[in-house]
Design a protein around this ligand. Sequence first.
Ligand code: NCD
Length: 310
Amino acid sequence: MPHARHLLAIEGMHPPQITELLDVAEAYALLNRSGNAPRDLLRGKTLINLFFEDSTRTRTSFELAGKRIGADVINMAVSASSVSKGETLLDTAATLNAMQCDLLVVRHGQSGAPALLAQKVDASVINAGDGTHEHPTQALLDALTIRRRKGRLEGLIVAICGDIAHSRVARSNILLLSTLGARVRLIGPPTLIPAEIEQLGVTVFHSMEQGLPGTDIVMMLRLQRERMVSGLVPSAREFFRRYGLDHARLALAKPDALVMHPGPMNRGVEIDSAVADDPERSLIREQVEMGVAVRMAVLDLLSRGHSRNV
Ligand code: NCD
């Protein structure tokens, strides 16, 4: 199979492509645990982390992934640099092009910004989250985490809960999970569920009591207040009372249901600490571990597909 040049979205990816990525990532997860990752694989290649929005775990995860397989990694602190001097995205692209980087990891507040950059630079572009559009590596790491624990994705029932409307994580997960044959439910207040989302093949519920029974995976999302117009949700306390996940609510799902959260968590708003930190039920730490493995796989596969100098 020819390898893609960029990773911009889950939309448009076919099951064999996703499965190949997960298989390579699974191998990296094992190599990471045994300390045997190929340290020279990306030697001589440069990765630039270009984050126009705050991020701790995603940026660090890409940095670690790149360094573990030998890339030179540079973090551009964008808000502190030329963007605050009025430089446009395309000026930034031209600058990066002149620097001849191989891999460009982009997070941006506007949907479509990484795709636009991809048209203007020679590097392989990886979308690390764009507006409310997509966050493909998050969906891939979530899928890998589920597959390792449950042995499969096909036929599982996954509930994605909370602030769906503002979540690129939800969108990428809906697309990936459905493509690989899982059934996706969305649970949240009507104000936080986009109209017509059912067209993506999901089932919508407005209460946890109705939506959780029978689920294998309960994926909680952060309430993204920074993206909200005011008035969409009542107080944090009221939100937790209706949509928060504690052990009593988790008991409504299947007895072996597992809990996920992409982070950063608002403890006590969408998830109770006792659930988030429960080693029997929570996959949150494993998600972070799989994040590094998935990003190593993405960097590896994109580098195979594209050499800047040819
Ligand atoms: C998410 C994001 O930025 O989209 N975080 C992440 O990448 N782990 C979700 C969020 O910010 O709530």
